[in-house]
Design a protein around this ligand. Sequence first.
Ligand code: F0G
Length: 521
Amino acid sequence: MPKCPQTLAPKSIMEESSPSDSRQNKPKQSQFLYQQPGSSCINGELCRKGRYIDSPLANCESNDEIRSTRYENMTGKAYQKCINPDCGAEFECRAVTDGFKCPNCGELLDVRYNWDRIEVPDKLSDFSRRWASRDKPLDFSGVWRFRELLDFCDDNYKVTIGEGQTILQQNDAVAKYVDMQPGRLFLQYEGLNPSGSFKDNGMAAAFSHAKMVGAKSSACASTGNTSASVALYAHSCGLKCTVFIGSGRIAFGKLSQAMDYGAQTIQIQGDFDDCMRQVQDVCIRLGLYLLNSLNPFRLEGQKTIMYRIIEQMGWDVPDWIVVPGGNLGNSSAFGKAFYELRQLGLIERIPRMAIINATGADTLNDLVNNKKLVWNNGRVDQAIIDDYYADLTARGFSPHTCASAIEISRPVNLKKCLRAIDVCNGVVRAVTDEEICDAKAIIGKYGLGCEPASAATIAGLRHLRSEGLIAADQRVACVLTGHPLKDPSLTVNYHKDKLGQFSNPPIEAPNDLEEIIRLIK
Ligand code: F0G
């Protein structure tokens, strides 16, 4: 990774600009264009690497040029900023860097806001007024009705297919299973989104950005849900899409969606981490717009899951958020959402967060709890990560869990997630497949159901309750990330083959009325 020459002292965890931050440069019309590989860059040079980055600076491969001109582009409401405090490079939102990484130092990018240029409501409950105008698609959208909190593009680019009409259900029966008091456990059903998972929140935002930069084709690697969501959104706003999935690694419901929604589906002989590596290179070579959670605009959309939880709690925050951890986009987005709300004075306290891995894919759990990896004001100990991944490679390790959505061993948002853990005083736990399947059956029986990865939340909450870290009377919101029909095979096998303590197998009956009546309990 090239070393970044810039050294800027961090102002705070997120290095946010405060509303009083003044940027001296006059607003300037952006000259950044979306550029196809091999086409001429704005400076008149041929793009040497054939990269599709729309920033002419990136095409010129000169860090000096990137640095010297970057500030004049920061005059709008939003911009991108490298999360590495020793770099802190900034780019305008219309710049699309290779793999959405900082061209200076290779780190992840954030979307940041000049809050003083945005009309943020004085209090969160002011967003309620949009309910009265929900005949307008942007006010109906569970993402865009909070648009001042993710104000990176003009309304004419905004994409919505009605995402985010989700329910926060108080569930006392599931509360009993995790030994919590009635009225304290809430389940956030993100499976009610158009493609059946939380991904749609992120795609509404990311595809808006894709339209803003003039992208024509999109791609993603996926454990299933991203591919379904990308396919649905791509075709609703006229982009082509290619999805990469690990052969035999995704649940049938999700595979059926990708094909049905018309995605070009490429099954790679490998796992998700292999697909993730390939898709980044493919996007650079072919000029495709990347929709994995490396894309910081996607994470902006996922922040709204937290806004909706707060909304449904009467504009109050819970004590804990519990979320499954895979590629760690959600946890990263949630931490950023709470940090910003607190910074804006819209909430008084930040809830704690528990991130739950499956034991067969527990990189975060291992790194945080055993290797003691921490955010450290952005100066994460890279050697710990490098050693860990080198060991995975040396052992030929491939993650395995029945919760295929979170079967990931090299989470791309690891560092942002460490930051979220810092912001939210977070904890990480890992749960077994058996615990996941049992929790899933309980959520199915007493709630609206969910897919296996989502049930890791309830399994993890049980751990945290028995440890006493979460009290029985604290208010806990678990994010159920995907719909139960995403993975019908696992559900059928669990019940039919009596694989768990809550199995509910079908009973064989002869075609005889008396026999049937005798069987009904
Ligand atoms: N739950 C479900 C249902 C998911 O599909 C995913 C991720 C996660 C949890 C983990 O979320 O990555 O934000 O930590 N699915 C991705 C995919 C990786 O390709 O569909 P995360």
